[in-house]
Design a protein around this ligand. Structure first.
Ligand code: AGP
Length: 587
């Protein structure tokens, strides 16, 4: 989940440029930061605990360099200290490295090199020490190759060697992208870091290395053999990765749902029909994802059941490997991921492929690892999603699932019409009056430490997703329940004034959910009803459009806004909640 950024090229303010690039990646990891360069043959390094947004650029204006790299850290091994911040280097300060991932055999290497020579608690430091060891008898490139061939685990690294005016990067399991500019090159864990300079990129694949020295040379990590990579032009504009007039990315991305649904369903008909046919042909179809993407998969289960009459099994990606007994070559795994880099999803894919099963993916980052390792991948086209809390990606993913389900029933055009209608109704719903009302509802909840959400059928996954949204940005203990499950235990939690959100759609289970809501009300709960129609049981009624089976797409939008305003009203930063990162690239 860390942010990595390296620069080599025509500009002599490389340190400032790296810091600004890291600031665009701050959502990827932010308990400490650091930058490094070769300043006239001496390794320069500044690293400290804190947010990269607090870095003072004046500290770097006098340090002219055309090569530099930096890192924002989300701690895995070792506490949050200056010493554990990246970059890390060898005792002679010749090799400097930044790293995202986990070197699983770091302790064995550390012991071999002499643990007493280490100054940090991190796994990363062994990378610099080991490369420095090999560098004594090998050129820089060979020293890096020899070192990375010993590592077990996932990594993306950028390495600098004092006196050598080039950068080397390598990856296995964590993202690394090469930006190709005009006489300048960028290495980053995510595209927004350099999007203002170039939209031409090469994606490093697993077990590949790149040498950036006024050109780019790609090598296979295992054999050292050169490899050819295709240049990709990213159709994101730099401003789309900025906040614009919004206070936070989260609100910007919620509001972008005015048109992201329409973009999501704007897919090649052949692609949608291909996936629909693959599901039909499969014997054992699984849906898998993590967190919010996992709840989207659960909603997909209901869509495929209710619309296409097809049983599809959801499993959280972290649990999916236990299903290996059921997997066979005729099986199909569909994974959903915004970032396209989630480690648990990648591991689920490896298990499925090990059994000969096909893997399809719905992702929001073109060229991401999940996209490139799938047999077939669809881009949800939601545009960069930078807030840790996933919002527009989730509704776009659900729209695509619903579209595929209607395609399975031979009604693709009807599905497009329904979803286009949903898109325009979300557009109408996201008006200033609606936002103001949600803000007042947040005022009622902001001092509570618990909140419960109930839903049934296709809205049960939305009750679970609502809980994630509220938890992750407001830190309120929110829990989602299947409405029918309340009386089997959770209703004991309800006391006078307990905030309860009830997702009530105009579907066949509407009365059941109203009845469950009445059970809550009878025990003193403060009821917030999200529904197309008012009901006496609601203390607050958040009106949403009636969109039939697509109700999860509209019901989750007020929850996203509620979570956002709760965070703001509780004095928190909704874009970068504590302990979380935007892309969970470690298991
Ligand atoms: C969602 O708001 C969370 N940030 C988190 O649960 C996220 O959905 C999960 O980590 C999966 O990420 P992905 O979609 O990038 O795979």
């Amino acid at each position: 989940m860390c942010g990595i950024f390296g620069y080599l090229g025509k500009r002599d303010n490389a340190l400032e440029l790296v810091i600004k690039g890291l600031q665009k990646l701050e959502y990827r990891g932010y308990d400490s930061w650091g930058v490094t360069t070769d300043l006239n043959g001496e390794l320069f390094c500044k690293k400290k605990v804190g947010k990269i947004s607090e870095a003072n650029l004046d500290d770097f204006t006098d340090k002219k360099a055309t090569i530099a790299m930096g890192h924002t850290r989300w701690a895995t091994h070792g506490g949050v200290t200056d010493a554990n911040a990246h970059p890390h280097f060898d005792p002679d300060r010749q090799i400097s490295v930044v790293h995202n991932g986990i070197i699983e055999n770091f302790q064995e290497i550390k012991d071999e090199l002499g643990a007493e020579n280490f100054v940090s608690e991190t796994d990363t430091e062994v990378i610099a020490h080991l490369i420095a060891k090999y560098r004594k008898n090998h050129p820089f490139k060979e020293a890096v190759l020899k070192a990375v061939q010993r590592f077990e685990g996932r990594f993306a690294i950028v390495v600098l060697n004092v006196g050598e005016n080039y950068l080397i990067a390598a990856r296995r399991g964590s993202p690394l992208i090469v930006g190709i500019g005009e006489d300048e090159y960028f290495l980053a864990s995510d595209i927004p870091a350099f999007l203002e300079y170039t939209q031409n990129v090469n994606y490093l694949d697993d077990n590949e290395m790149v040498i950036v020295d006024g050109g780019v040379e790609f090598l296979n990590l295992e054999t050292g053999e050169p490899i050819k990579k295709r240049l990709v032009n990213i159709d994101w504009k730099a401003e789309s990765a900025e906040k614009g007039e919004f206070d936070h990315f989260m609100l910007k991305e919620i509001m972008e749902q005015k048109d992201t649904i329409l973009r999501a369903i704007n897919q090649e008909e052949d692609d949608i029909m291909h996936i629909a046919q693959q599901i039909k042909n499969s014997r054992g179809c699984f849906l898998s994802g993590c967190g919010t993407a996992g709840k989207v998969c659960m909603a997909g289960e209901y869509f495929f059941s209710m619309i296409a009459n097809r049983h599809v099994n959801f499993a959280p990606s972290s649990e999916f490997p236990i299903y290996h007994h059921f997997l066979r070559p005729e099986s199909l795994l569909i994974v959903i991921s915004q970032s396209g880099e989630t480690a648990d999803v990648l591991e689920a894919m490896e298990v499925a492929k090990s059994k000969g099963a096909k893997v399809l993916s719905l992702v929001n980052v073109e060229g991401s690892t999940i996209a490139r390792q799938s047999d077939f991948s669809i881009h949800i086209k939601a545009g960069p999603e930078k807030a840790v809390a996933s919002t527009k990606a989730a509704t776009s993913q659900m729209a695509l699932m619903l579209l595929i389900a209607t395609a399975m029933r031979g009604e693709l055009q009807e599905g497009r019409r329904v979803l286009a209608d949903v898109g325009s109704k979300i557009n109408d719903m996201l008006n200033p009056r609606f936002l103001t009302y949600i803000k007042t509802v947040a005022e009622q909840l902001k001092d509570h430490e618990n909140a419960y959400i109930i839903g049934k059928a296709e809205n049960y996954p939305m009750a679970l997703e609502a809980a994630i949204k509220i938890q992750e940005v407001s830190y309120i203990h929110a829990e989602g329940f299947a409405a029918g499950e309340l009386k089997h235990g959770p209703i004991a939690l309800i006391a006078k004034g307990t905030p309860c959100i009830s997702l009530v759609a105009n579907d066949e289970v509407r009365q059941d959910v109203i009845n469950n809501t009445m059970e809550l009300k009878a025990r003193g709960a403060h009821i917030i009803g999200i529904s197309p129609e008012k009901h006496d049981v609601f203390d607050e009624w958040i009106k949403v459009p009636d969109v039939g089976v697509a109700s999860p797409l509209v019901n989750i939008v007020p929850i996203q806004l509620l979570a956002y305003y709760l965070a703001v009203q509780r004095g928190l930063d909704p874009d970068m909640p504590r302990n979380l990162a935007k892309s969970v690239t470690v298991k």
